[in-house]
Design a binder for this molecule. Structure first.
Ligand code: ZN
Length: 445
């Protein structure tokens, strides 16, 4: 069924700003953007669907943007929010506290299913149509394929795009590589509809040594997977200095992990020399201020990274440090804390990070934009309320104004998944109650 998004104040395709434009989605893809009804000068691809008229999605009073791409989440951590000993603490202490909670909760497929379902529902309601889940917790007594499958099922049920990143935080390199291989055998590198992608990568040099980076690098090359890791957050720098007497990015470079197929999350307090090294390598970056700023783990020089030609995406990181999966809220934070850096990013740059930048880091140029040929993932943000009144620039206002803003409608692959601020693909109250119940039971709260 074709879908025509009509009546919008403004359509931002990530490349162009088109006042009053319509968006036509057919077969899960954007097929036309512009003044479609009139066939006017804004029309790019002058065709209307035949034979039946498209379903119309009323976006009057809205700004339409590409669906947001959360390039860095740890979905499981949504079961572990606001726990004692995990707020405003040094990262080394935080990791130890979280490891204790994971053991206490006995992480298993039912818990991963409940956490990911609630987290993905939270994301969709906040306009996030694609989530990269860097999953790092693999208890020894738990079947890894079953654990991963529980997350994949949550995404399928909710109709959220998922990039499942088979991560590690210590453990046996050979077993981890085998597990990546099993996942690819089970799910493929990418599903034919683009709803599921598999990637891999260790948590960082703070948790894993050269053998793990080598093992996952090899299996990624063999299977054609994107690689992802985290670098330069507080503990990462400290442990790299103690164990190797080097900086994390030096280690990653010498281990073959600064390359165009690699995305590096966090990148707090990188030096000018490190920035030049990343830019030269073609590696991409993911900014995660919603984790690093409140925790006090550092600030990434986003504007300088963009000026150096680095593709920068945006991620929330997990519920254990961020407590939320609301990417637009973190885009607002990225913009606000940019004022503390030498070169603050603009609102349009941060919107681009939250969409195209994240998508390119996942190797997905069809996501995070709305030009013809793009995946039909989009958000309609109502801008008619008092929090948006008096805003001169409604696109920049998406971030500067109206904190906590959520989209009125969300579309994934041409299907409406959120309508009038309500989730259509699942019972959001039931999902939330299930995670609340399970978290309390497992943690003994
Ligand atoms: Zn992270």
């Amino acid at each position: 069924m074709a879908l025509l998004v009509t009546g919008a104040e403004l359509v931002w395709t990530a490349r162009r700003e088109l006042a009053g434009a319509e968006v036509l989605c057919e077969g899960g893809v954007v097929t036309a953007v512009g003044d479609l009804a009139e066939g006017g000068p804004g029309l790019d691809s002058p065709r209307m669907p035949e034979p039946s008229p498209p379903e119309r999605l009323d976006a009057s009073g809205c700004v339409v943007t590409p669906g947001l791409v959360n390039a860095h989440h740890h979905l499981l951590q949504s079961a572990f929010r606001t726990l004692k000993g995990t707020r405003h603490v040094r990262m080394g202490d935080w990791l130890a506290a979280m490891a204790g909670y994971y053991r206490r909760a006995a992480v298993d497929p039912p818990l991963a299913a409940a956490a990911s379902a609630a987290a993905l529902a939270e994301g969709l309601l906040a306009g996030v149509t694609t989530v990269a889940d860097h999953h790092l917790t693999w208890p020894e007594d738990c079947d890894a394929l079953e654990l991963a499958s529980s997350v994949v099922s949550s995404a399928e049920n909710l109709r959220s795009r998922l990039v499942f990143v088979r991560g590690t935080a210590g453990g046996d390199p050979e077993a981890a590589a085998e597990s990546v291989s099993d996942l690819v055998d089970r799910f493929g590198v990418m599903s034919s509809d683009g709803m599921l992608q598999i990637a891999c990568g260790p948590a960082g040099v703070h948790s894993d040594g050269r053998e793990m980076f080598d093992a996952l690098g090899e299996v990624a090359a063999e299977k054609g997977l994107r690689r992802r890791t985290q670098a330069n957050e507080q503990v990462d720098v400290e442990r790299a200095a103690v164990r190797w007497g080097r900086r994390p990015l030096e280690l990653l470079d010498s281990w073959g992990w600064l390359a165009p197929d690699v995305t590096l999350a966090h990148l707090c307090e990188i030096t000018a020399e490190e920035l030049a090294r990343i830019a030269e390598s073609g590696a991409t970056a993911t900014n995660a201020p919603g984790c690093d700023v409140p925790m006090g783990w550092g600030l990434a020089p986003v504007g300088e990274m963009l000026d150096a030609g680095v593709t920068v995406g945006l991620g929330t990181s997990g519920g254990g440090s961020n407590d939320a999966g609301h990417l637009l809220a973190d885009a607002r934070l990225a913009l606000q804390v940019g004022g503390m850096t030498a070169r603050p990013p603009t609102a349009r740059e941060v919107l681009t990070m939250s969409t195209t930048g994240s998508a390119l880091g996942l190797g997905r140029p069809e996501l995070g934009q709305l030009e013809p040929g793009a995946a039909a993932d989009l958000c309609c943000y109502d801008v008619t309320g008092p929090a948006d009144a008096g805003v001169a620039d409604i696109l920049a206002g998406l971030l500067w104004a109206n904190p906590g803003r959520r989209p009125r409608h969300v579309v994934v692959a041409g299907e409406v998944v959120v309508r009038d601020w309500g989730l259509l693909t699942a019972d959001a109250s039931r999902l939330s109650a299930e995670l609340r119940r399970m978290s309390a039971l497992r943690l003994g709260l």
